[in-house]
Write a protein that binds this ligand. Structure first.
Ligand SMILES: [Zn+2]
Length: 364
Protein backbone atom coordinates (compact mmCIF):
# COMPACT_ATOMS: atom_id res chain seq x y z
CA UNK A 1 0.00 0.00 0.00
CA UNK A 2 1.18 3.50 -0.75
CA UNK A 3 1.23 6.21 1.86
CA UNK A 4 -0.47 9.44 0.94
CA UNK A 5 2.86 11.27 1.21
CA UNK A 6 4.45 9.08 -1.46
CA UNK A 7 1.32 9.35 -3.57
CA UNK A 8 1.53 13.12 -3.39
CA UNK A 9 5.16 12.90 -4.48
CA UNK A 10 4.18 10.64 -7.38
CA UNK A 11 1.41 12.98 -8.42
CA UNK A 12 3.77 15.96 -8.15
CA UNK A 13 6.31 14.13 -10.26
CA UNK A 14 3.61 13.07 -12.70
CA UNK A 15 2.63 16.70 -13.13
CA UNK A 16 6.20 17.73 -13.89
CA UNK A 17 6.38 14.90 -16.38
CA UNK A 18 3.02 15.92 -17.83
CA UNK A 19 4.26 19.43 -18.52
CA UNK A 20 7.57 18.19 -19.95
CA UNK A 21 5.92 15.58 -22.12
CA UNK A 22 3.32 18.13 -23.22
CA UNK A 23 6.01 20.51 -24.44
CA UNK A 24 7.94 17.75 -26.20
CA UNK A 25 4.69 16.25 -27.47
CA UNK A 26 3.61 19.57 -29.02
CA UNK A 27 6.85 19.94 -30.90
CA UNK A 28 6.83 16.35 -32.17
CA UNK A 29 3.15 15.69 -32.75
CA UNK A 30 2.57 14.80 -36.42
CA UNK A 31 -1.08 13.92 -35.92
CA UNK A 32 -3.52 13.81 -33.03
CA UNK A 33 -4.93 10.55 -34.31
CA UNK A 34 -3.64 7.30 -32.90
CA UNK A 35 -4.17 4.15 -34.94
CA UNK A 36 -6.43 1.75 -33.13
CA UNK A 37 -5.02 -1.58 -34.11
CA UNK A 38 -1.39 -0.58 -33.95
CA UNK A 39 1.10 -2.37 -31.74
CA UNK A 40 0.90 -1.48 -28.07
CA UNK A 41 3.32 1.27 -27.16
CA UNK A 42 3.55 0.52 -23.48
CA UNK A 43 1.18 -1.02 -21.01
CA UNK A 44 0.22 0.79 -17.84
CA UNK A 45 0.47 -2.10 -15.43
CA UNK A 46 2.76 -4.48 -17.21
CA UNK A 47 6.12 -4.19 -18.83
CA UNK A 48 6.16 -0.56 -17.77
CA UNK A 49 9.27 1.22 -16.63
CA UNK A 50 9.19 3.17 -13.37
CA UNK A 51 9.63 6.51 -15.13
CA UNK A 52 8.56 7.43 -18.64
CA UNK A 53 11.21 7.83 -21.24
CA UNK A 54 11.05 11.24 -22.85
CA UNK A 55 11.91 9.68 -26.18
CA UNK A 56 8.54 8.90 -27.76
CA UNK A 57 8.10 5.24 -28.61
CA UNK A 58 5.61 4.66 -31.40
CA UNK A 59 2.89 7.21 -32.07
CA UNK A 60 2.90 10.20 -29.70
CA UNK A 61 -0.10 10.56 -27.41
CA UNK A 62 -2.99 12.57 -28.78
CA UNK A 63 -3.73 13.95 -25.35
CA UNK A 64 -1.70 14.47 -22.22
CA UNK A 65 -3.98 14.46 -19.22
CA UNK A 66 -3.77 17.14 -16.54
CA UNK A 67 -5.85 17.34 -13.35
CA UNK A 68 -7.96 20.12 -14.89
CA UNK A 69 -8.58 18.14 -18.03
CA UNK A 70 -9.32 14.94 -16.10
CA UNK A 71 -11.89 16.80 -14.00
CA UNK A 72 -13.44 18.33 -17.09
CA UNK A 73 -14.07 14.95 -18.74
CA UNK A 74 -14.94 13.34 -15.36
CA UNK A 75 -12.23 10.75 -15.91
CA UNK A 76 -12.47 7.78 -13.57
CA UNK A 77 -10.04 5.06 -14.51
CA UNK A 78 -10.91 3.11 -11.38
CA UNK A 79 -14.50 2.70 -12.57
CA UNK A 80 -16.16 -0.52 -13.72
CA UNK A 81 -15.88 -1.92 -17.24
CA UNK A 82 -18.53 -4.15 -18.83
CA UNK A 83 -16.97 -7.25 -20.38
CA UNK A 84 -19.76 -8.74 -22.47
CA UNK A 85 -19.93 -12.49 -23.04
CA UNK A 86 -21.49 -13.89 -26.20
CA UNK A 87 -21.94 -17.46 -27.34
CA UNK A 88 -23.71 -18.45 -30.59
CA UNK A 89 -25.04 -15.70 -32.87
CA UNK A 90 -27.86 -17.46 -34.73
CA UNK A 91 -31.03 -16.34 -36.52
CA UNK A 92 -33.14 -18.89 -34.64
CA UNK A 93 -32.36 -19.00 -30.93
CA UNK A 94 -32.29 -22.49 -29.42
CA UNK A 95 -30.85 -21.73 -25.99
CA UNK A 96 -31.15 -18.73 -23.74
CA UNK A 97 -27.44 -17.97 -24.28
CA UNK A 98 -27.98 -17.64 -28.04
CA UNK A 99 -28.31 -14.17 -29.52
CA UNK A 100 -29.54 -13.31 -32.99
CA UNK A 101 -27.49 -11.13 -35.36
CA UNK A 102 -30.15 -8.43 -34.91
CA UNK A 103 -29.85 -8.59 -31.13
CA UNK A 104 -26.06 -8.32 -31.37
CA UNK A 105 -26.38 -5.42 -33.83
CA UNK A 106 -28.85 -3.59 -31.58
CA UNK A 107 -26.66 -4.02 -28.53
CA UNK A 108 -23.53 -2.79 -30.33
CA UNK A 109 -25.44 0.18 -31.81
CA UNK A 110 -26.54 1.11 -28.31
CA UNK A 111 -22.98 0.84 -26.99
CA UNK A 112 -21.65 2.96 -29.86
CA UNK A 113 -24.26 5.68 -29.33
CA UNK A 114 -23.59 5.84 -25.60
CA UNK A 115 -19.85 6.36 -26.11
CA UNK A 116 -18.44 2.91 -25.43
CA UNK A 117 -15.29 1.97 -27.33
CA UNK A 118 -14.28 -1.70 -27.63
CA UNK A 119 -10.88 -2.90 -26.45
CA UNK A 120 -9.69 -6.52 -26.37
CA UNK A 121 -9.59 -8.69 -23.26
CA UNK A 122 -5.79 -8.67 -23.54
CA UNK A 123 -5.64 -4.88 -23.59
CA UNK A 124 -7.97 -4.78 -20.60
CA UNK A 125 -6.03 -7.38 -18.59
CA UNK A 126 -2.63 -5.77 -19.14
CA UNK A 127 -4.05 -2.29 -18.52
CA UNK A 128 -3.31 -0.97 -22.02
CA UNK A 129 -6.55 0.97 -22.39
CA UNK A 130 -6.58 3.44 -25.28
CA UNK A 131 -9.96 5.09 -25.36
CA UNK A 132 -10.63 8.77 -26.15
CA UNK A 133 -11.19 11.18 -23.26
CA UNK A 134 -14.66 11.02 -21.74
CA UNK A 135 -15.45 7.65 -23.39
CA UNK A 136 -15.90 4.24 -21.78
CA UNK A 137 -14.09 0.99 -22.60
CA UNK A 138 -16.14 -2.15 -23.27
CA UNK A 139 -14.81 -5.65 -23.99
CA UNK A 140 -16.70 -7.87 -26.45
CA UNK A 141 -15.92 -11.55 -25.90
CA UNK A 142 -17.09 -14.59 -27.85
CA UNK A 143 -16.69 -18.08 -26.43
CA UNK A 144 -16.27 -21.48 -28.07
CA UNK A 145 -15.15 -20.44 -31.58
CA UNK A 146 -18.57 -21.08 -33.10
CA UNK A 147 -18.92 -20.82 -36.88
CA UNK A 148 -21.44 -18.02 -36.35
CA UNK A 149 -18.63 -15.85 -34.96
CA UNK A 150 -16.50 -15.76 -38.05
CA UNK A 151 -16.27 -17.10 -41.57
CA UNK A 152 -14.73 -15.72 -44.72
CA UNK A 153 -16.96 -15.44 -47.78
CA UNK A 154 -15.83 -16.18 -51.37
CA UNK A 155 -14.29 -12.71 -51.71
CA UNK A 156 -12.31 -13.04 -48.48
CA UNK A 157 -14.53 -10.79 -46.34
CA UNK A 158 -16.41 -11.67 -43.12
CA UNK A 159 -19.57 -13.59 -44.07
CA UNK A 160 -22.81 -11.63 -43.50
CA UNK A 161 -24.42 -11.91 -40.06
CA UNK A 162 -21.36 -13.45 -38.45
CA UNK A 163 -20.33 -11.66 -35.26
CA UNK A 164 -17.34 -10.11 -37.00
CA UNK A 165 -19.43 -8.85 -39.93
CA UNK A 166 -21.87 -7.25 -37.48
CA UNK A 167 -19.05 -5.60 -35.51
CA UNK A 168 -17.48 -4.25 -38.73
CA UNK A 169 -20.87 -2.90 -39.90
CA UNK A 170 -21.54 -1.07 -36.66
CA UNK A 171 -18.02 0.36 -36.67
CA UNK A 172 -18.51 1.60 -40.24
CA UNK A 173 -21.63 3.48 -39.12
CA UNK A 174 -19.96 4.82 -35.95
CA UNK A 175 -16.38 5.86 -36.65
CA UNK A 176 -15.54 6.06 -32.92
CA UNK A 177 -16.52 2.43 -32.41
CA UNK A 178 -13.34 0.44 -32.75
CA UNK A 179 -13.95 -2.95 -34.43
CA UNK A 180 -12.15 -5.33 -32.07
CA UNK A 181 -13.23 -8.26 -29.93
CA UNK A 182 -11.80 -11.36 -28.28
CA UNK A 183 -12.49 -14.87 -29.50
CA UNK A 184 -11.75 -17.65 -27.04
CA UNK A 185 -11.54 -20.81 -29.07
CA UNK A 186 -11.29 -24.58 -28.69
CA UNK A 187 -9.82 -27.31 -30.88
CA UNK A 188 -12.01 -26.57 -33.93
CA UNK A 189 -11.78 -22.80 -34.38
CA UNK A 190 -14.94 -21.39 -35.97
CA UNK A 191 -16.14 -24.89 -36.82
CA UNK A 192 -13.31 -25.30 -39.33
CA UNK A 193 -11.70 -28.71 -39.65
CA UNK A 194 -8.75 -28.21 -41.99
CA UNK A 195 -5.66 -26.41 -40.89
CA UNK A 196 -5.39 -24.13 -43.93
CA UNK A 197 -8.83 -22.59 -43.43
CA UNK A 198 -8.28 -22.38 -39.66
CA UNK A 199 -5.03 -20.51 -40.29
CA UNK A 200 -6.65 -18.19 -42.84
CA UNK A 201 -9.46 -17.36 -40.41
CA UNK A 202 -7.28 -16.55 -37.42
CA UNK A 203 -4.82 -14.70 -39.65
CA UNK A 204 -7.63 -12.39 -40.85
CA UNK A 205 -8.72 -11.74 -37.26
CA UNK A 206 -5.27 -11.08 -35.86
CA UNK A 207 -4.37 -8.85 -38.82
CA UNK A 208 -7.50 -6.78 -38.16
CA UNK A 209 -6.73 -6.24 -34.48
CA UNK A 210 -8.97 -8.97 -33.03
CA UNK A 211 -7.69 -11.23 -30.28
CA UNK A 212 -7.81 -15.00 -30.63
CA UNK A 213 -6.97 -16.82 -27.40
CA UNK A 214 -7.32 -19.86 -25.19
CA UNK A 215 -10.59 -21.52 -24.09
CA UNK A 216 -8.93 -24.96 -23.62
CA UNK A 217 -8.63 -27.79 -26.12
CA UNK A 218 -11.77 -29.80 -25.43
CA UNK A 219 -13.89 -27.43 -23.29
CA UNK A 220 -13.98 -29.64 -20.17
CA UNK A 221 -15.14 -28.57 -16.73
CA UNK A 222 -11.70 -27.78 -15.29
CA UNK A 223 -13.00 -28.13 -11.75
CA UNK A 224 -13.43 -31.84 -12.35
CA UNK A 225 -9.85 -32.35 -13.58
CA UNK A 226 -6.53 -32.97 -11.90
CA UNK A 227 -4.04 -30.11 -12.25
CA UNK A 228 -1.93 -31.97 -14.78
CA UNK A 229 -4.98 -32.47 -17.01
CA UNK A 230 -5.85 -28.79 -16.67
CA UNK A 231 -2.36 -27.88 -17.89
CA UNK A 232 -2.65 -30.34 -20.76
CA UNK A 233 -5.99 -28.85 -21.85
CA UNK A 234 -4.51 -25.36 -21.93
CA UNK A 235 -1.21 -26.29 -23.58
CA UNK A 236 -2.83 -28.33 -26.36
CA UNK A 237 -4.79 -25.26 -27.40
CA UNK A 238 -1.70 -23.04 -27.11
CA UNK A 239 0.09 -25.40 -29.48
CA UNK A 240 -2.77 -25.22 -31.97
CA UNK A 241 -2.73 -21.41 -31.83
CA UNK A 242 1.01 -21.40 -32.41
CA UNK A 243 0.64 -23.73 -35.41
CA UNK A 244 -1.97 -21.33 -36.82
CA UNK A 245 0.38 -18.36 -36.43
CA UNK A 246 -1.22 -16.75 -33.35
CA UNK A 247 1.08 -15.25 -30.68
CA UNK A 248 0.96 -16.89 -27.22
CA UNK A 249 -2.37 -16.21 -25.48
CA UNK A 250 -2.34 -13.51 -22.80
CA UNK A 251 -5.91 -14.29 -21.77
CA UNK A 252 -8.09 -17.35 -21.27
CA UNK A 253 -11.74 -17.92 -20.46
CA UNK A 254 -12.70 -20.78 -18.17
CA UNK A 255 -15.15 -23.21 -19.80
CA UNK A 256 -18.50 -22.83 -17.97
CA UNK A 257 -16.71 -20.25 -15.82
CA UNK A 258 -15.55 -23.18 -13.67
CA UNK A 259 -12.36 -22.48 -11.70
CA UNK A 260 -10.02 -25.48 -11.31
CA UNK A 261 -8.88 -26.57 -7.86
CA UNK A 262 -5.73 -24.63 -7.14
CA UNK A 263 -6.73 -21.47 -8.95
CA UNK A 264 -3.17 -20.59 -10.04
CA UNK A 265 -3.00 -23.47 -12.49
CA UNK A 266 -5.45 -21.65 -14.78
CA UNK A 267 -3.16 -18.66 -14.97
CA UNK A 268 0.34 -20.05 -15.28
CA UNK A 269 1.92 -23.40 -15.79
CA UNK A 270 3.46 -25.82 -18.22
CA UNK A 271 2.84 -29.26 -19.64
CA UNK A 272 5.13 -31.42 -21.72
CA UNK A 273 7.67 -28.59 -21.97
CA UNK A 274 5.29 -25.88 -23.15
CA UNK A 275 4.55 -22.95 -20.84
CA UNK A 276 1.56 -20.63 -20.60
CA UNK A 277 1.25 -17.38 -18.70
CA UNK A 278 -1.98 -15.37 -18.88
CA UNK A 279 -2.40 -11.74 -17.86
CA UNK A 280 -6.07 -12.45 -17.24
CA UNK A 281 -8.37 -15.44 -16.56
CA UNK A 282 -12.05 -14.72 -17.22
CA UNK A 283 -15.15 -16.07 -15.48
CA UNK A 284 -18.63 -16.44 -16.99
CA UNK A 285 -20.60 -13.98 -14.85
CA UNK A 286 -22.14 -11.83 -13.52
CA UNK A 287 -21.28 -8.13 -13.07
CA UNK A 288 -19.13 -5.37 -14.61
CA UNK A 289 -15.44 -5.90 -13.88
CA UNK A 290 -13.38 -3.77 -11.57
CA UNK A 291 -10.80 -1.62 -13.30
CA UNK A 292 -7.46 -3.37 -13.85
CA UNK A 293 -5.89 -0.54 -11.81
CA UNK A 294 -8.11 -1.19 -8.78
CA UNK A 295 -6.48 -2.65 -5.71
CA UNK A 296 -9.19 -5.30 -5.45
CA UNK A 297 -8.97 -6.33 -9.12
CA UNK A 298 -8.14 -10.05 -9.39
CA UNK A 299 -6.57 -10.91 -12.76
CA UNK A 300 -7.06 -14.60 -11.94
CA UNK A 301 -10.88 -14.30 -11.84
CA UNK A 302 -12.22 -11.48 -14.01
CA UNK A 303 -15.96 -10.90 -14.08
CA UNK A 304 -17.99 -10.84 -17.28
CA UNK A 305 -21.63 -10.17 -18.15
CA UNK A 306 -23.79 -12.45 -20.26
CA UNK A 307 -25.36 -10.60 -23.20
CA UNK A 308 -29.10 -10.95 -22.73
CA UNK A 309 -32.39 -9.20 -21.97
CA UNK A 310 -34.02 -8.97 -18.56
CA UNK A 311 -36.12 -12.12 -18.43
CA UNK A 312 -35.96 -14.69 -15.63
CA UNK A 313 -32.49 -15.11 -14.17
CA UNK A 314 -31.26 -12.28 -16.38
CA UNK A 315 -33.34 -9.75 -14.53
CA UNK A 316 -30.30 -8.68 -12.51
CA UNK A 317 -27.31 -10.41 -14.10
CA UNK A 318 -27.24 -9.84 -17.85
CA UNK A 319 -26.19 -7.05 -20.19
CA UNK A 320 -29.44 -5.12 -20.52
CA UNK A 321 -29.70 -4.80 -16.75
CA UNK A 322 -26.06 -3.87 -16.22
CA UNK A 323 -25.82 -1.38 -19.09
CA UNK A 324 -28.90 0.40 -17.70
CA UNK A 325 -27.34 0.27 -14.23
CA UNK A 326 -24.12 1.89 -15.47
CA UNK A 327 -26.17 4.65 -17.12
CA UNK A 328 -27.90 5.28 -13.81
CA UNK A 329 -24.63 5.19 -11.85
CA UNK A 330 -22.20 7.16 -14.04
CA UNK A 331 -19.85 7.63 -11.10
CA UNK A 332 -19.26 3.86 -11.00
CA UNK A 333 -18.28 3.59 -14.66
CA UNK A 334 -14.75 3.67 -16.08
CA UNK A 335 -14.32 6.98 -17.91
CA UNK A 336 -11.10 7.46 -19.87
CA UNK A 337 -8.82 10.49 -19.60
CA UNK A 338 -7.72 9.86 -23.19
CA UNK A 339 -4.11 9.43 -22.09
CA UNK A 340 -2.95 5.81 -22.10
CA UNK A 341 0.12 6.58 -20.01
CA UNK A 342 -1.62 8.20 -17.05
CA UNK A 343 -4.38 7.09 -14.73
CA UNK A 344 -6.84 9.78 -13.80
CA UNK A 345 -9.11 9.33 -10.81
CA UNK A 346 -11.27 11.43 -8.53
CA UNK A 347 -9.19 12.29 -5.45
CA UNK A 348 -11.46 10.38 -3.07
CA UNK A 349 -10.54 7.09 -4.83
CA UNK A 350 -6.82 7.55 -4.26
CA UNK A 351 -6.69 4.74 -1.70
CA UNK A 352 -8.25 2.21 -4.10
CA UNK A 353 -5.52 2.17 -6.69
CA UNK A 354 -3.20 -0.79 -7.12
CA UNK A 355 0.12 -0.34 -5.38
CA UNK A 356 2.54 -0.89 -8.21
CA UNK A 357 5.55 1.04 -9.34
CA UNK A 358 5.37 2.92 -12.56
CA UNK A 359 1.75 4.03 -12.54
CA UNK A 360 1.45 7.74 -13.15
CA UNK A 361 -1.60 8.84 -11.25
CA UNK A 362 -3.53 12.04 -11.70
CA UNK A 363 -5.95 12.53 -8.79
CA UNK A 364 -8.27 15.52 -9.00
ZN1 LIG B 1 -17.28 -22.06 -23.51
Amino acid sequence: MRTSASLTRIIGLANVVVVTVAIIGLSLMPSPVRPHAGPPVRAKTEESTPQPSLTPVGPPPGIVATPEFARQVRANELGRVPILMYHRIVRKRMASLDRTPDQLRAELEKLAKKGYVPITAREFAIGDIRVPAGKFPVVLTFDDGHHSHFALDASGNPAPDTAVAVIQEVAARHPGFRPVATFWINKEPFGLRDEASQAAAVRWLVDHGYEVANHTWGHPNLRALKKKKVREQIVRLERLLKKLGVPPSRTMALPYGAMPHGKKVARRGSWDGTRYDFAGVFLAGAEPSLSPYAKKFDPGAIQRIQSNGKKGECRKWCSQHWLEWLDKHPGERYVSDGDPDRISIPGNLRGNIIAKRGLQVIAY
